[in-house]
Design a protein around this ligand. Sequence first.
Ligand SMILES: [Zn+2]
Length: 270
Amino acid sequence: MSKRILVIGAHPDDPEVTAGGTGVLWVRAGFQVRYLSMTNGDTGHHLQGGGILALRRQAEAHAAASLIGAESRVFDIHNGALLPTLENRERLLQELREYQPDLILSHRLWDYHPDHRYTAQLVHDCAFSVTVPNVLPLTKPLRKNPIVLYVQDRFQKPYPFQPDVVVDIGPVLKEKVAQCACHESQFFEWLPYSAGYEGEIPSGKEERIAWLTDRLKERFATATARWRDRIEEIYGTNGKSIEYAEAFEVCEYGSPLTPEKQRELFPFLA
Ligand SMILES: [Zn+2]
C-alpha cells in the first residue's frame, strides 16, 4: 500500500502554502496526499462571506489539490471559530482513523491566528489517542501513532521554528504557485486587500500568475534564507544552490522520525 500523507491546515489554502511543493514531490513518488482544512474559510474575504464564500473556498481547495493529483477535504466549521473541543477532537480522530496517515503535517501551537493554534492543539490531542481502542471504540484504531511534523512559521516566541527536514522546492515552484493561484479569493482578493496592495493585482490570467510567482518567490526566498545554516548542515555545499525550500520540524508527540523513516517518507531527498 502506498504511503499516505495528511497535511492539516486551519484554512483551505494553508496546506498548499506550507507544503504544496513537497506535496507535488510526494504525488510523483507514488504517495497518496490529502489536504485537510479544519475550517471552511467563510470569513476570509472583505466583500463576501458565509455559505457562498465557504462553497467558493471549498471549490478552490479541490481545484488546487486535483491540479497535482492530491485529495482535498474541508471541515464545515466556521473560520475563526475553531475550538479544541472534545467534539472536534473526535471529528479529527475519525478522519485520521479513516485515512490512516503515515505522516501528518500541521501548524505549531504558537501562532497569531487562533484557528492555527487550535488546529495544532487538536493534532496534539489526537496523536497517541488515535491508537487507543477505547477512545471511540466503534472506529477502528490505528496500530501505529503517525509521525507528526510541523510546517514552517515565522514566530519567535517561545522558540523559533527549527527545521529538521528541508525540501528543495525550486524544481516544483511552478506547481506550488499554480496551487496557490487556485485560491483566487485569497491570493488575488483578500490577502491584497488585507495588506493594502490590491492596486497591484493585474487583471489578465497570465499576468496574475506572473505577478503571484514574483511575489511568492520573494516570500519563499526570505524564509529559505532564515534556514540557510541548517540547509548547509544538511546538504553541505550543495545546499548553497537551494533558493526555495519547505521546511518541517519534528513534533515529539508523534512517532519518532528515524533516519530510516525519513528515507521512506522523503525518498526524493536521497
Ligand atoms: Zn491559515
